[in-house]
Ligand binder design. Structure first.
Ligand SMILES: [Cu+2]
Length: 492
């Protein structure tokens, strides 16, 4: 099916939504458009009604939603089986509205899967939507047949069992739709979820667990007056929303005890890059990146955070008193895209003995380069291209040898950021023309790297453990949809 024949859910659902919300929604619309209008007429005087008239886009009004975790339907035979329906749903994003979404199990963000190294899982994905979908486990080492290649789709009404071997170190991964040509819309409308892989090595470090280990998905959105997500295609910059959603709530607040927390951040935005920084300028401790634990923790005061990247932080709230508030800012934003979230320190936390260890893991030595490749990133005629080509599923663009490493150089000839992502494999960042490589990017594995305007970035990619056909592409979703993607076949 051609992407053009696909319609966003807001078109089909706005009428139904309007009827459901009835007059309540209309009244709230007035306050949204002009918060002062009712008061001028003398109809609203009490503090309670004034509070109601507060814009739902003001930050820190809602508690950070905890993303639900998915439980397996069976755990026998040495593997866990999960079932997910890819379906339409209604999300509680703005008070008084229901926002139509596509969601794994009909929720946004979708339910988190917690898997364990060495234990295979099967995720039975049932596509109840009226168009093709598929699922890519971003950052996962999975056989090509289970990778969610953009042409390898689940037809409308069909299903597919994805087998994930989980034979890699602990990491914060995520899963999302990857049917070619429409990911900018399907991810925007909600087909985004996290996948936490745990292992023994990490457990031995004693990092915060349970309720103190919190997945946090950030994405920018915009809204229509009926509370539905507004999407406007922009192939040049990629979509930019005017509102930051964190786990599906507008710049929320999170009550934290006086202790350490592990926060697993995902940039699930279509195309927005963030610069994360605490308003008080205090450093945050990064312990892991895309591919799991760093060799050692790195204290940083600010983070460049590109689409599809993950950053795992340990934040220590024990040095703050009850009642203190810490705001996490996006200093690259403006207006509604500056405030990301707020941490409200409450009592509790007890006497915590834990400290982040000085060494977290050993980095594997890599074989020397088997080949060097250069990838020129530029806008062609109405399409984004790599080495002058757009995605063509009938063409293999590069054939790395299984188990080898290659030096890949991304050369950005445009004025846009391109977060380049390899399916199925990871890399280390070696060099950037724009300045020194962040320490955290040198002492850990990554699967996505932001290439800045006019910048050249060199990485060392390791083509293991599976042979087969995968893709690599820009993770600015509008760029990927408009063909900024090539195909690689890893050969024995
Ligand atoms: Cu791009």
């Amino acid at each position: 099916m051609a992407p053009e024949s696909w319609r966003p859910p807001a078109d089909a659902w706005s009428r139904r939504n309007f009827l459901r919300n009835g007059f309540g929604s209309v009244a709230l619309l007035c306050t949204l458009a002009s918060p002062g209008a009712l008061r001028r007429k003398g109809e609203v005087t009490s503090a309670a009604l004034r509070a109601q008239a507060r814009s739902p886009f003001e930050p820190f009004q809602r508690d950070l939603p905890r993303i639900p975790e998915l439980l397996p339907v069976s755990t026998s035979g040495g593997r866990d089986v999960y079932e997910i329906a890819i379906r339409e749903g209604l999300a509680d994003v703005l008070p008084g509205f229901e926002t139509p979404i596509y969601g794994y199990e009909g929720v946004y963000p979708g339910p988190t899967i917690r898997a364990r190294k060495g234990r295979e899982i099967v995720v039975k994905q049932r596509n109840t939507l009226s168009f093709e979908s598929n699922v890519h486990l971003h950052g996962g080492y999975v056989p090509a047949s289970d990778d969610g290649h953009p042409m390898d789709v689940i037809p409308a009404g069909g299903s597919f069992d994805y087998h994930y071997p989980n034979d890699q170190d602990a990491a914060t991964l995520w899963y999302h739709d990857h049917a070619h040509g429409r990911t900018s819309r399907t991810l925007y409308y909600g087909l985004v979820a996290m996948y936490v892989l745990e292992d023994e090595l990490e457990e031995e470090l004693g990092l915060p667990q349970g309720e103190y280990d919190v997945p946090i998905a950030i994405a920018d959105h915009a809204f229509n007056k009926d509370g539905s997500f507004r999407y406007e295609e922009n192939v040049d910059f990629g979509f930019r929303g005017d509102t930051i959603l964190v786990n599906g709530a507008v710049s929320p607040r999170m009550a934290v005890q006086r202790r350490r927390y592990r926060l697993r951040f995902l940039n699930g935005s279509n195309a927005r890059s963030y610069t994360l920084r605490l308003a008080n300028g205090e450093p945050m401790t990064q312990i892991a990146g895309d591919g799991g634990l760093l060799e050692r923790p790195v204290d940083r005061t600010s983070f460049q955070f590109h689409p599809a990247e993950r950053i795992d932080l340990v934040l220590d709230f024990s040095k703050y008193g009850p009642g203190e508030q810490l705001v996490l800012h996006n200093t690259a934003g403006s207006g509604g895209t500056v405030a990301v979230m707020r941490f409200d320190v409450v009592g509790g936390g007890g006497r915590e003995e834990f400290r982040v260890p000085r060494r977290l893991r050993r980095l594997e030595p890599l074989p020397p380069f088997n080949a060097r490749r250069r990838w020129d990133l530029a806008l062609g005629t109405s399409m984004w291209q790599i080495n002058g080509k757009g995605f063509d599923p009938s063409r293999i663009d590069v054939r790395p040898r299984l188990g080898s490493t290659e030096e890949w150089t991304f050369v950005n000839h445009s004025q846009r950021v391109h977060p380049m992502h390899l399916h199925g494999f990871q890399f280390r960042v070696l060099e950037r023309s724009g300045g020194p490589v962040e320490l955290a990017d040198r002492i850990g594995w990554k699967d996505t790297v932001g290439v800045q305007p006019d910048e050249t970035v060199k990485v060392q990619a390791w083509f293991a453990p599976y042979a087969g056909k995968y893709v690599f592409h820009c993770h600015s979703l509008e760029h990927a949809d408009k063909a900024m993607m090539l195909q690689m076949e890893v050969v024995e």
